[in-house]
Design a protein around this ligand. Structure first.
Ligand code: SAM
Length: 229
């Protein structure tokens, strides 16, 4: 089985992403009906970054999220523990670092902003990762978590759940280099906390003024917070 389970064993997760790396970007765009680009742009805007800022894009994968951030003029580094994903993004000219979200290879207080897109859901020790992100962010610095979430309308949530469990794995079989991984994707989205519960967990990990904004009817939510001065 070339996919992780909901235990999210780090070796299984890294190896699963190594397996999806080759066709990761195109599979995302197909499965999200092109919405992924809008979600990435919204993440950049929520971070409010620009020239002179130093930004960590954690769980950056192929660095597709990092290049969008770098379009702001900020200096952005991609970090991920799947060397296969980083290698698949080799043509993207941003600095890349191999590292685990729960033990970041950076000093304290070095980033103006830290962000993680579609990555936190895959980290077994979520609290530890949120604390590490706070450690490397300077006081007053910003966090934005972009992640799948819970649709706000109940009829839409029902249709979406069907899409996740039925259509998504079938489409992935046609497009992905590791379709099994997309069964994990559907399962992990369904098991993920809703907007308010995730906000609570981000606060509990030491971040201040946590708030969120829904995108695409709550399929995705952006959670933003500050590190206290
Ligand atoms: C769905 S991809 C997201 C990639 C990119 N941020 C994007 O928006 O497309 C999730 C990434 O999280 C990485 N990841 C999962 N757990 C991690 C951890 N503990 N430390 C570092 N990276 C991790 C995986 O290797 C994978 O590349």
């Amino acid at each position: 089985m070339n996919r992780a389970t909901l235990d999210k064993d780090p070796r299984e997760v890294a190896s699963m992403f190594d397996g999806v790396a080759r066709r990761y970007d195109i599979t995302n765009t197909v499965l999200s009906l092109g919405q992924d680009r809008y979600w990435r742009r919204a993440t950049r805007k929520a971070l409010d970054i620009g020239p002179g800022d130093t930004v960590l894009d954690l769980a950056a994968g192929t660095a597709v999220s990092t290049v969008e951030l770098a379009a702001s003029g900020a200096w952005c580094v991609a970090a991920d523990f799947s060397v296969g994903m980083l290698a698949a993004g080799r043509a993207r000219l941003v600095p890349k670092v191999a590292g685990d979200a729960t033990r970041l290879p950076f000093a304290d207080n070095v980033f103006d902003a830290v962000t993680i897109s579609f990555g936190l859901r895959n980290v077994a020790q979520r609290d530890q990762a949120l604390r590490e992100m706070a450690r490397v962010t300077r006081p007053g610095g910003r966090l934005v978590v972009c992640e799948f979430s819970t649709p706000t309308s109940r009829p839409f949530a029902t249709v979406y759940k069907e899409y996740l469990m039925q259509a998504l794995p079938r489409v992935a079989r046609a497009v992905s280099s590791n379709p099994e991984a997309y069964v994990y994707l559907a399962e992990s989205i369904r098991a993920w906390p809703d907007q308010s519960e995730l906000a609570h967990q981000i606060s509990a990990a030491g971040w201040s003024a946590v708030r969120w904004r829904n995108l695409t009817g709550g399929i995705v939510a952006l959670h933003a917070a500050y590190k206290a001065r």
